[in-house]
Design a protein around this ligand. Sequence first.
Ligand SMILES: [Zn+2]
Length: 419
Amino acid sequence: MANLFIVEKVEYKKNRISYKYRIEGDWKNVFRIEKDKNKLESWYLQQFPDTETLYYEYTSDIDKVPYGIAIIPLLSNIMPLAWFFDATIYVDEIDETYYYALDNILKGYKTFRKGYFNDAKKGSECIVVEKIVRNKQKTSCKKFLTLFSGGVDAWDTLIDVIFLKPIMLTIWGSDIFPGNSKAWDFVKQTNSKIAGSLALGFTHIKTNFRGILNYGIIHEYIKSLHPNFNDYWWSLQHGLALIGMTAPLAHVENIGIIFIGSSQSLLNHWFELSASNPFIDDNIKFGSTITVHKSFQKSRNDKIRNIIKYSKLNNHPLRLRVCWERMSGENCCICEKCLRTWLAILSEGFNPMDFGFDLNEAIIKQSLDSFVNRRITVSKYWDETINNFKGNKYLLDAINEENIKSLIPSIKEIVNILT
Ligand SMILES: [Zn+2]
């Protein structure tokens, strides 16, 4: 039976879009439409206990957005699956720019996920649509939008484009799930405060876009064909899904360019790239809006230097939020990403406690233990940090601030292992 995704209705309610759809064919199981057929890890089921229809909630009213734009968040969340499972999607209307952009987006996927999409011919071909509509906005007074999680990539991009006075957007539903309002309140408060301190606008989108997929089934199936497959969110979903959901917002706010900070760099081999990379993101367009995948050429230490410089020159204290391990929205300081970041800040000669890493003796001890017992794998992303430490043996002695001074001897033990 052919795989079909039939959009029956796009429902608007002031600031909310939701969709009614029917799914047919064998690929039905990759969506969470039948409760007892879920194949999800327990933490995931905790976050998304119910099967529910896809929705997006904005801080602006989007109920006047044309159907062809309102359909983009949904499509952007499922296109890679449709290409992979050779499915056909039925919609009433689609934005012309987005429709043709899909051809280049699929080419992008074919570039960095070789062999995954051989059977998909043209990106737009799997969509059956009644009307293709041009949705151009006025060209004057264009605004800018930057995706802002609060991490290194997001801060680096924000600093680079700050002269454009971009609106900052944080998404509630990607790393913090819709049910976790405690962590969200913390992140929202933090990020809106940052926007306020920089005299920038702040907006957010709340969505269950990750909750409509049956990741266990998707992983099992793709892994059976491609044994090295990692996971759908990281490998195929997130760039297009995150940028695509901004389409209704971009339409009502007259956004000309959306910036997304690169989480990858030129140092990666192409096959190691995640699903947010220049081959995908730079091809995402809709209405009169284009996307810029920012700073792919920079290393993580380049970005950290940019952030430190900005903070110090402008006397603007800032707290990075890099941790995906802790559900509270704060940095745990002991996972690989936290460790890699606070050690990188130290390797640039600065105090990580000035940038959102609340270190103490117990954390340093646990971190040391992780290296001794090889719970943390040191990959090539550590190279620059390690070389910094190797190149300047007295780096840590120069850090004299009271709050970190007593920790330096223990930190030196970690650095000794690294170097
Ligand atoms: Zn962490």
